[in-house]
Ligand binder design. Sequence first.
Ligand SMILES: [Zn+2]
Length: 479
Amino acid sequence: MPCASATAASRCRRRRLSGRSRGQAALFLLMALVILLAVFLRNVDIHSAAIAKTKAQNAGDASALAAARWQANTLNLVGELNVAHVAALSGGDASAVHAITSMQARVLFAGPLTALVAAQAAAAKNGIRPNPEFSSLLRDHAANVLEYGTQVAGGPAMREPYPGAWREYHDSLLSIAANGVAAAPDNAVFFGNASGGHILLDKAFYEAVEGREWCWFFLNCPSGGNRTILDDFTDYTWFPPLPDPPQPNPQNSEIFGVGAEARDTELSAIGGLADVLPEIANMPSNALHAKENWYFYSPGKWQTHWPRMSEGDPDFLPLVGSVREEYDYAGADAVTRLYAPAKTLSGNAGDNGGQRDILWTAAARPFGYLRRGSDKIRPNSLGIILPAFRDIRLIPMDAASSGSDATFDIAWQHHIREHLAPYLASGTLVEGCRHCRDIRRFEDPKFRRVGRDWLSVNSYKCTLPSFGSGRGGGTRRGH
Ligand SMILES: [Zn+2]
């Protein structure tokens, strides 16, 4: 508008001024809105992450408990069948004895597979959808199982626990994979897979490189005297070759296996049996001394003390209170892994474009005891399996059997199965693999020098048990 007079000009300036300040106010308001929106979206993200975490936790815990419940059922059933075997033997019924022992061999596979199905049901009930990568890994593994029966020189590659077992097991895995795997069995022991026995098969090594936990190198890989791998490493040729896979025990399921073994022995050789199984007092002496196939706890899995829960164990996990004597054993446990998707609105997406997955791992195990008079004794006190398991509880992840292996950590499995052998042969590493990236970082002399320098001053700090175990303390693990 033209300003004709002085007063008009001044009014006009005022108007222009107030127009400018209105513009500034609008800009300010806009900025405030943008900030508020960002805060709002972030809060929504935090809120949705919190919901996803609770969901993951509930589903993870429920699936581990469901799996452990079926491990208990499996053990109790094998134990009941041992007791039924005693009765059949007393009555001289050889065909019943045969039926019982072959049923035990089947139960050791069927029970844990039911545990896998039950874990899926528990996860689904808590709103977790199947993970395509888990399902595909299980399907791939089913294909490997068929090869267990392939003939090599001198017979099949792996003896079947019962006739037709490998085909049956393969079909069950395929049908579970077809229904979708949401809660993956993270402490499976796949026959023929190497686990441990080499620094590059130890997940703690990679965690130590990533987190620059120099104490881990000081405590875990002394090359002799005070020298560590940080001092001695040269290049990929420095590492020893990968170890041969351990001799499998094909009597137990690879997934949620309960650790049983058949042994040819006579009942009279099992000390203290009459104290907990009064039936054997009435057995004819020839039955008591007959060599028969009984199912025992495998000593490799069922040690007398619960590692990391027993004071005096080098890796003792400091907890309030101690484990009751009757529960102080290592044995069957179930570890599950699952992811709950948390949608992000602010664009701070995780690895998954707008979606950040919350990982939850949980562990549970069956608890039980035998009664000897008024005493409670460990279920494995006599060696032979008897029905003993009454309860299922969650246990700390660090006291579970999975150690640093994680059967369904897909990236880890790719790394140890596909990347390590070429690396050890020629030093080749795979782009896009975070474990390969850790090795690359470790190969850098500057990286190792930082560690050596730190340790030369601070190694006295590396004596606490919580240092260097390389396990636990992470934010990615449950319990
Ligand atoms: Zn890799």
